[in-house]
Design a protein around this ligand. Structure first.
Ligand code: COS
Length: 383
């Protein structure tokens, strides 16, 4: 794997960082406090190309490679993970399934809006009673003539109250993963309700919702892929989503590093800068090593995707390592900042709160370890 970035990749990082430093970083604490980003940022992110990173030009995207995608997600994570989630879920979890498994009509209908940030998608997998055990979901879709009627509920859905469309995973057949199908459901469909979830520890600027479906009618051509294929589509999408989480967490670690380095050079104690103390340098070294390790693990998974080689286990390793390391980095950063790290004048407490969910969503750290363990041993711990 050649780690030399191309001119385009370097250029995109520069463009992304300048934009985010001007348009997101100055406002992130306020958005966090009021529990909502300014949604005017969403189309602006579209103009820069964040929403089109992995969507081909023919559908309105910029069709970048997966390393560029990781660079974009890292820069978003460094700036504000609440904003990264909006992009990641809409373009990644939602958009990639439509791109790779949708019909031409489905792609034409949804991708140009998704790729430009003028429309938002969400990913309706998790339910109140099925988190890790996603194959057991209870929401059902019953055939009714040329339509399906969807009934059930979803929880912790990023973009839930803002999205124009939801990819809803619902049961059309037998119990377990083989009875699950995926449907494109416009969020203004009659019987579709959305309730925002408040009081989150982190990602407070993001609209996270509980969704309800009361006999929501969709035409048969809302089905993505074949009946019974939904679980595999969800897993494939999450494999790539985990690369995005790894890259976003790399951004959190990088942000912690930059914050601690800058602060420790300014802050004087015992008549000299904090940065001159060995224990502070120990913290900085730990964070710096983890930033590199998280980035390299994530880029390795991205490189495999680019080359069409199976990458799911590498994605799990990247997601596991980067999310755990982001929590550790933010915790160390708060320690280095002392009392100032505990208030939102500085970003490190927000990094801590945002990082904490990364070890939970898109598959907990425990699920990642069990997937890695299964790949190493050939024995499934889920049976
Ligand atoms: N890509 C393609 N197909 C996959 C796949 C993947 N990554 N993972 C599983 N499948 C397929 C399997 O090959 C199997 O199909 P066959 O029987 O035809 O071989 C089918 O899907 C069922 O797979 P499996 O038996 O592994 O399913 P389990 O019910 O045991 O579930 C776990 C496996 C627990 C790993 C899965 O439910 C999971 O990842 N849970 C976490 C869910 C999650 O991340 N939730 C967060 C939601 S978004 S915030």
């Amino acid at each position: 794997m050649d780690l030399t970035l191309t001119e385009d990749q370097i250029g995109f990082r520069k463009l992304a960082r300048e934009f985010l430093d001007n348009e997101v970083v100055p406002y992130r604490a306020e958005w966090d406090r009021r529990e909502a980003v300014d949604t005017a940022i969403i189309p602006k992110l579209g103009e820069i190309g964040f929403f089109g990173l992995t969507i081909p030009e023919e559908y309105g995207g910029i069709g970048g490679d997966y390393i560029t995608y990781c660079i974009g997600m890292e820069e978003l994570g460094r700036a504000d993970s609440a904003v990264r989630g909006i992009v990641s879920v809409s373009m990644g979890l939602f958009g990639k399934i439509v791109l790779e498994h949708g019909t031409e009509a489905q792609k034409q209908e949804w991708l140009p809006g998704i790729a430009t940030g003028t429309k938002l998608g969400c990913f309706g997998l998790t339910e109140p009673d099925t988190g890790s055990d996603a194959g057991n979901l209870k929401t059902r879709a019953v055939r009714d003539g040329d339509d399906y009627l969807i009934t059930g509920s979803k929880i912790f859905i990023t973009n839930g109250t803002w999205a124009d469309v939801c990819l809803v995973f619902a049961r059309t057949g037998e119990p377990g993963p083989k009875g699950v199908s995926a449907f494109l459901v416009p969020t203004d469909a009659p019987g579709f309700t959305r309730t925002e979830i408040h009081g989150k520890l982190g990602l407070r600027g993001q609209a996270t919702a509980e969704l309800g479906f009361d006999n929501v009618r969709v035409p048969a051509d809302a089905l993505v892929g074949e009946e019974g294929e939904g679980f595999k589509l969800a897993m494939k999408s999450l494999d790539k989503g985990r690369v995005s989480v790894g890259a976003g967490c790399t951004g959190i670690i990088q942000g912690c590093l930059e914050a601690v380095v800058a602060y420790s050079k300014e802050r004087q104690q015992f008549g000299r800068p904090l940065a001159s103390f060995q224990m502070i340098q120990d913290m900085i070294a730990e964070i710096s090593i983890d930033a590199d390790a998280a980035r390299l693990l994530t880029w390795r998974a991205a490189d495999l995707i680019e080359r069409g080689i199976p990458f799911a286990t590498e994605a799990s390793k990247a997601k596991y390592f980067a999310s755990e390391a982001a929590v550790k980095a933010a915790n160390l950063a708060i320690q280095a900042f002392g009392g100032y790290g505990y208030v939102d004048e500085y970003p490190v407490q927000k990094y801590m709160r945002d990082a904490r969910v990364m070890t939970l969503y898109e598959g907990t750290s425990q699920i990642q370890k069990l997937l890695i363990g299964r790949a190493e041993t050939g024995i499934s711990a889920f049976l």
